[in-house]
Design a protein around this ligand. Sequence first.
Ligand code: ARG
Length: 482
Amino acid sequence: MTDAPARGAASGGTHANGAASGGATPLWGGRFSAAPSGDLARFGASLEVDKRLWPFDIAGSKAHAQMLAAKGIISDADAEAIVSGLDAVGEEIASGAFTFDPTVDEDIHMAIERRLTELIGPAGGRLHTARSRNDQVALDARLFAKHAAGELAGEVRALMETLLSRAEAERETVLPGYTHLQPAQPVLLAHHLLAYFWMFSRDLTRLEAAAAAADASPLGAAALAGTTYPIDREMTASILGLSRVIENSLDAVSDRDFALDLIYAATVCMVHLSRLCEELVLWSSAEFGFVLMDDAHSTGSSIMPQKKNPDFAELVRGKTGRAVGDLVGLLTTLKGIPLAYDKDLQEDKEPLFDAVDTAANALSAVRGMVATMEIRTSRMAEAAGEGLMAATDLADYLVGKGLPFRDAHRVVGGLVAACVGAGKTLQELTLAELREASPLFDADALEWVKIENVVARRTSSGGTAPSAVEAQIAQARRRLAD
Ligand code: ARG
C-alpha cells in the first residue's frame, strides 16, 4: 500500500483525476482534491463482492424514484426516465453487456448510478435525493437476505421431502442404534432418517425467522439521521413488499442482526448436514457397509482402482467450518462499531453470501446423496440382528417378574460377560443358561430377545416401534403440508 495521497493536500491537480497516484473522480469528488491511490481504492472497493446485489439495488432505486415523484420531490418525467433507465441498466448487467469501471465503480450502487446517468443524463443525478448509500446498502442486503432465506427454505423442504420418502420406504428396516458409536439398541431406519427430518424442520423455522428479521425497510434513514425531504417510507416499503419500516434511522443503517440471523440459520443447518454426512461416510465404509453411495455422488482414486470415496459427504462436513467462520467473523466485525454506519459494515456481505452459498450447495448435494444411495438392508439387519443389544430388554423382562431394575441389570451383566467370553449372542443363550442366571426366566424370554420384538416394544410416543414411527411419519407429512 504505497503512496496514499494526503487528504486535502493543497498542491496537486485540479481535481481527483489530477492526482498522479489517484483514480478517476468518484461520485463524492466535490470536496476532494485527490482520489485514493489505486491500492487504496482497491482496498476500499467492494464491487467484486456486492455485484450480485444488482437486482435488489435496481428494485430499491426504482421504488425510491417512484416515491420521490409521488411526493413531488422529483418530477414525474424524471422518475419515468430513472425507472426505464434502471431497467435498461438491469438488462445490461443481466446480459453481460454492462462494463464495470473499476476506477470509479467502488461498489454496485455507484456502478449502477454511474451508468444510469450516462444513459439518461441529469435526471440520473436526482435519484440519490433523500437517500444515502448507507440506507441503500442496508436495504439491498435486507432484500437479498429475505430472498436467500426463502431459497434456502425451499432447499431444506426438498431435503425433508427426500428424507421422509426414504423413511416411508424403510418402515421395516432395522439397524443398530448407537450411543458412543457402540451398538446400543436396535432402531428402525425410518426412525433414524426422521431424526434428521426434524433437525431440518427446525432449520426451516429458523430460516423463516431470518426472512422475517430481514423483512423491514431502512430506506429513508438516509445517511443516519433521516432526511429533510417529505418522503413516504411506508410507500417504498410497500412497493418493495417489505412488511414494515425500521423505527430508528440510526439503527436502520447500522443493524446487521438480520444477516447474523440468516448466517446462524445457515450454519446450524450446515452442522446438521455435517452430522448426516459423517454418518454417510461411516456407513459407506467397508466396515459398516450400510449404504452404497451412488457412482455419480462419489469419486474414485487416481492411484487405487478399487476406491470409491464419499468425497462430497466429506466436503460438506469440511465446508461446515466455513459457515462457522462466517458466523464468528461477522459477530466479531459487529461487536465494536459505534453508531451509526461505519465502513466495517461493508464486511457483512462476504460472510453472508458465503454462508448462504455454502448451505445452498451443501443442501442440494446432500439431497442428491440421500435420494440415490443404495440402502443395504441385509447388512443393517445383520449388524442389528444378533448380538448384545437386547440386554436392556432382558433386564426389563426380569423387572416384569418383580426384580428391582438394579438387580436385573447385574444379572444380565453377568449373562453379557458370559456371552462375550464364549463368543455368543444373547439370542443364542438357551433357556437353561438363562435360568442358571435367574430362575425368573421362562421360555418366553427366548422370544423376548428377538430383535423385531425389541424394536416393537418401544411404543412410547416418539419411540422406534413401528406403530410409533407410523404416527411420526404422519406428523412429518403434516409438517411438510404446512
Ligand atoms: N459499499 C458500502 C457497503 O457495503 C456501501 C455504503 C458506503 N457508505 C459509505 N458511507 N461509505 O457498506
